[in-house]
Design a protein around this ligand. Structure first.
Ligand code: DQA
Length: 145
């Protein structure tokens, strides 16, 4: 193992598979995280997959990542569009950060077009469905190599 990668998911993503499947697909978060753990392990990393509906919990995990993780994959969900606190926590993290959005936020309501988190993200993957998480992990591993 060459270190740990955090996979952080924000509010309502615990409902993946049930929530608006026409937008977010049929995969559950557990299925996505299990696939990503295998992919991470093959690349020599351990995956810590976490989801919360609470902004402060996400901030706490990003702060933990400062000591514990080499890189972060984050789908901040609705907090993308509102949370300076999550942005600031990510600014305090030194490793690479990849932001994922399952849906194409630019093709949806205007209030989804801007993500605060993107100001810190090294790369942003948008509108690739749940495959976007695997793409994010590939990009993160390449940056950590
Ligand atoms: C999302 C897009 C956000 O606008 C929305 O609030 C989400 C999910 C996505 O993955 O497409 O909850 O981040």
């Amino acid at each position: 193992m060459t270190g740990k990668i955090y996979l952080l998911n924000g509010p309502n993503l615990n409902l993946l598979g049930q929530r608006q499947p026409e937008l977010y697909g049929a995969d559950t978060l557990e299925e996505i995280a299990a696939r990503l753990a295998v992919q991470a392990q093959a690349a020599g990393f351990a995956l810590r997959a976490l989801q919360s509906n609470h902004e402060g919990q996400l901030v706490d995990w990003i702060q933990e990542a400062r000591q514990d993780a080499r890189g972060i994959i984050i789908n901040p969900a609705a907090y993308s569009h509102t949370s300076i606190a999550i942005l600031d926590a990510l600014y305090a993290f030194d490793g690479p950060v990849i932001e994922v959005h399952i849906s194409d936020i630019h093709a949806r309501e205007a209030f989804r077009h801007h993500s605060y988190v993107s100001a810190r993200a090294d790369e942003v993957i948008i509108g690739q469905g749940t495959r976007g998480y695997a793409m994010a992990l590939e990009k993160l591993v390449a940056r950590l190599a």
